[in-house]
Design a protein around this ligand. Structure first.
Ligand code: ADP
Ligand code: MG
Length: 276
């Protein structure tokens, strides 16, 4: 008997640029693959940073990208399984993106069901993978709304010094709105700290964050340190697990992998309850 999988789809989201979304998508994805999970990464940012970081240095030359697939969904054309999916040496798959996605976002405006085009693209893949990670663009526009509509849950990387800022409030409002109006299944998996320096890496800081925010949203235990090792891999076509396997950044992403596996486990139990 073939038991079909049902991927946990996670939008990695924060409308602020440079909070570690792309770095997290790559390293969390590869970390999950190292645990034996089947993982699809989706570059949902017209800048194509994830695509570049995973070794496809010229995203504009790729024949098929996320925008090609979303355009097909908009035109009601079928998408053959596996179309446009690239395979990375560290065991994850990738749907790449390039600047064409910016034009596609504009054309979504006049489309019926415009919030659900990415969901439609990923429908088939849900049965093939354990985890689908969506690397969101730094805005709360239509592409991010599409990611939230396709997701089961969200992960929010934040820099410690910005935690109390207004930005998080706006993001949570958008997530809540999508939850109410478009995707009632959508959850918040958690906020976690990235680019933490030695001061805000301390346990009492994390405890303080939990005290402040824990009532409203989950705060994960994993804290990703600020380290030049992580900055280096954005052009190196390899994960932190290959670049510096015994360093503290690899350990921190390893801890995040464990927490995300638990989130996926809960998701599967919920899905099983619903279908029972
Ligand atoms: P986003 O996708 O949210 O815009 P990125 O993951 O691209 O953020 O990170 C922004 C920049 O910071 C990139 O150059 C990346 O290499 C670097 N970076 C990401 N995480 C860390 C970290 N923990 N420590 C140091 N540099 C980091
Ligand atoms: Mg990014």
């Amino acid at each position: 008997m073939k038991i079909s999988k049902k991927a946990t789809t996670i939008a990695i989201v924060n409308q602020k640029g440079g909070t570690g979304k792309t770095t997290t998508c790559e390293n969390l994805g590869i970390g999950l693959a190292m645990e034996g999970k089947k993982v699809l990464l989706v570059d949902a940012d017209p800048q194509g940073s994830l695509t570049i970081s995973m070794g496809w240095q010229q995203p504009d030359e790729l024949p098929t990208t996320l925008s090609t697939l979303m355009a097909k969904a908009m035109n009601d054309q079928s998408i053959p399984p596996g179309e446009g999916i690239l395979h990375h040496a560290e065991g994850v798959d990738l749907i790449p993106a390039n600047i064409e996605l910016a034009g596609l976002e504009v054309s979504l405006v006049n489309t019926i069901n415009r919030e659900k085009m990415l969901k439609q693209v990923l429908d088939g893949a849900k049965r093939e993978y354990d985890f689908i990670l969506l690397d969101c663009t730094p805005s709360l526009g239509m592409l991010t709304v599409n990611a939230l509509a396709a997701a089961d849950t969200t992960l929010i990387p934040v820099q410690a010094q910005y935690l109390s800022a207004k930005g998080l409030e706006q993001l949570l409002q958008t997530i809540n709105k999508v939850h109410r109006q478009i995707n009632p299944k959508l959850k918040i998996g958690g906020v976690f700290l990235t680019m933490a320096n030695d001061t805000n890496f301390r346990k009492d800081i994390v405890a303080g964050v939990k005290e402040n925010f824990g009532k409203h949203l989950p705060v994960l235990d994993a804290v990703i340190p600020a380290t030049v090792r992580l900055a280096e891999i954005s052009t190196a076509d390899k994960s932190i697990f290959r670049h510096e396997p015994r360093g503290r950044a690899a350990a921190a992403y390893g801890a995040l992998v464990k927490e995300v596996e638990r989130i996926g486990e809960k998701q599967r139990i919920r899905d099983a309850d619903i279908t029972r």
